[in-house]
Design a protein around this ligand. Structure first.
Ligand code: FAQ
Length: 311
């Protein structure tokens, strides 16, 4: 009966065992996972754009090759995640349609412009840094395919983060103008990076249920704090200032205190009104439409093979 199935599901989750695609699961659990995994996949794909803009303008062949490889990794992450969503019964075409029609979200962070090459370094350091903080615990998420996808994704993100930090270290050892570019990029990306973790816990409608289901392992605020604690010493070592006058070590708490992000800005960006939302979606839509012939050719090829014809 439904009741027994629910008990078995709860027991599995309670014992930190994995739920697998063929297992029974409550519809709310399935819907929450599809929502989160799709949003995550869309973020990886849209996330190719801000840095991708610098591939043709990278300052050396070495930097170009590195950036190319990084952006390609993001495409790979998107693909594993769409596959994970498919194991829950989601349809890939439908997810893409929801993204380009604005019905499904992607991370707010990718709606900010990349104004200089230092932004590439800062995205690696702060944005990939925040992504790692959020995603390492997701390796232990209760849904098997999502957790397993996260393992490889986190390894690659760690490499991306070091790549960004190394780029910034190099620029900080350069001219005063280069150091200013780094500081300017840090000033623009710091607050949006904190917003990646989502609204404050008191204003996060999904956290409690996702924690009970062990989809999420920590709350938004816990992960944001962890990110700040990890990043402050790295900023000191790099020689940049984080643009928050409220940032200071709190010995009593054993954590850094920090200022309040502009939550109204996060709401605006999530609801489609950030600096680059329209541009990002238009570009994704164009890529999808321009790729229609590839999908048609692949489908025709598959149909021919299925009919026993030779390709
Ligand atoms: N942006 O109740 P909560 C990357 C939405 S890393 C946009 O707290 P939840 C790597 C949220 O969906 C970035 N929307 O929600 C990379 C919900 O809306 P809904 C991707 C946001 O799910 C690096 C509503 O607000 N990472 O791509 C944001 O429990 C460099 C209420 O929020 C992931 O997706 C936001 N920042 O917690 C690529 C990680 N925050 O759906 C390229 C997996 C919240 O109810 C270059 N996801 N919302 O209408 C998660 O961990 C969670 O989904 C959270 C949000 C923590 C993002």
């Amino acid at each position: 009966t439904e009741r027994e199935l629910l008990e078995r599901f709860e027991e599995t989750v309670g014992k930190d065992r994995r739920i697998e695609p063929r297992d029974w699961m409550p519809e709310g659990y399935r819907a929450t996972l599809i929502r989160q995994i799709a949003q995550h996949a869309h973020s990886e794909i849209i996330g190719m754009q801000p840095e991708g803009e610098w591939i043709t303008r990278a300052p050396s062949l070495r930097r170009k090759a590195i950036l190319f490889a990084k952006v390609q990794d993001e495409a790979g992450h998107g693909l594993y995640l769409y596959s994970a969503a498919e194991t829950l019964g989601a349809d890939r075409d439908d997810l893409t349609e929801r993204l380009i029609s604005g019905r499904q979200k992607y991370s707010s962070i990718f709606n900010y412009p990349t104004l200089s090459f230092a932004d590439v370094g800062v995205i690696g350091w702060l944005v990939d840094g925040a992504a790692i903080c959020n995603q390492v615990p997701l390796c232990r998420t209760s849904y098997g395919p999502y957790g397993r996808a996260m393992v490889r994704i986190c390894k690659e993100e760690s490499f991306h983060q070091r790549q960004g930090y190394e780029l910034l270290m190099t620029m900080m050892g350069g001219t005063p103008a280069q150091r200013e570019m780094v500081q300017d990029a840090v000033n623009r990306w710091w607050w949006p990076s904190l917003m990646m973790f989502g609204p404050p816990d008191a204003d996060s409608p999904n956290t409690a249920r996702s924690m009970a289901w062990k989809i999420k392992r920590h709350t938004n605020d816990e992960l944001r704090q962890r990110f700040v604690d990890m990043t402050v010493p790295q900023a000191e070592r790099l020689g940049v200032t984080l643009p928050d006058p409220g940032l200071r070590w709190n010995a009593g708490r054993g954590h850094y205190d920090f200022g309040e992000p502009d939550w109204a800005e996060l709401k605006r960006v999530i609801s489609g009104d950030g600096p680059c939302n329209a541009e990002r979606i238009a570009r994704r839509r164009a890529a999808h439409e321009e790729g229609a012939w590839v999908r048609e050719a692949a489908a025709a090829y598959a149909a021919k093979r299925a009919a026993g014809g030779r390709a």
